[in-house]
Ligand binder design. Structure first.
Ligand code: HPA
Length: 246
């Protein structure tokens, strides 16, 4: 059986229903991960869990130590990563509450520690990143969404922005022109670092607000939190089903 690791984002700092068997307080050559890596059982299946923003939620997207997080999960025995991300919806199909299994991304982040291949390394290495998400893992998420009957998109281009501020309406128009469907702040460099460690990685995105300029009015944290509270049970159910798949 594959050992899955779930990286929980905003709204998923703990996996309710996870019976914790072990807490790994790991240190890595890149510093400390956001939180302890939890090993436990979820719906009867072994899983690792890491709260991306720490537990409680305290680390903003641009200050997350993505390298330490990925390294710690690999060290703890992760063989595949299921990443959960809260996002803004750009494409008209990506309304609040919608779930999207991203198939591509565009990286707009800057200044983040984004590679393991630097410093004293033996070979300069360029990993292939044509298709940033693992197709078999994506299909597992899509199958789970289908079985559960949740409205979802099996494709979507994820725009990774720097944050922590939200975008301007003009920036969203630009992202749309670039072909992006959803926007979030934590998709990169996480996906690329997983690839560098040879860890299959897929992203389950929950839309928690219309992106800037896509709806009348401003985006409030209260609106985002309400959507998260409403949608997170669906995310938990999808993850549970993926773990249950043989
Ligand atoms: N933009 C960027 N990141 C986000 C958003 C958004 O609108 N919503 C949730 N995370």
């Amino acid at each position: 059986m594959t050992t899955y690791a779930i990286i929980g984002g905003t709204g998923l700092t703990q996996l309710e229903g996870l019976s914790i068997k072990q807490m790994h307080n790991l240190d890595t050559p890149f510093g400390s991960p956001s939180a302890a890596v939890l090993r436990g059982e979820y719906g009867g299946h072994e899983v690792l869990f890491l709260a991306r923003h720490g537990h409680p939620h305290r680390i903003p997207p641009h200050q997350i130590n993505y390298r330490a997080n990925l390294w710690a999960l690999k060290q703890a025995g992760a063989e595949a990563i299921l990443a959960v991300n809260a996002v803004g919806g750009i494409h008209p199909a990506m309304g609040s509450g919608h779930l999207c299994v991203a198939h591509q991304l565009v990286d707009y982040t800057w200044g983040r520690e984004h590679t393991f291949f630097e410093g004293e390394i033996e070979h300069v290495t360029h990993v292939d990143f044509s298709y940033p998400y693992d197709e078999a893992l994506r299909q597992r998420l899509i199958e789970a969404l289908q079985v559960l009957g949740y409205p979802h998109s099996s494709h979507g281009v994820y725009a990774a922005t720097q944050g922590p501020r939200l975008e301007t309406a003009a920036e969203i128009v630009r992202l749309e022109r670039d072909g992006c469907d959803i926007v979030g702040m934590t998709g990169m460099p996480e996906a690329a670092l997983a690839r560098e460690l040879d860890l299959p990685y897929a992203c389950l995105a929950l839309v928690v607000n219309p992106a800037a300029g896509k709806a009348a009015g401003l985006i409030t944290m209260a609106d985002i939190e309400r959507e998260l509270a409403q949608g997170i049970d669906k995310v938990r159910a999808v993850l549970g089903r993926v773990l249950a798949q043989p």
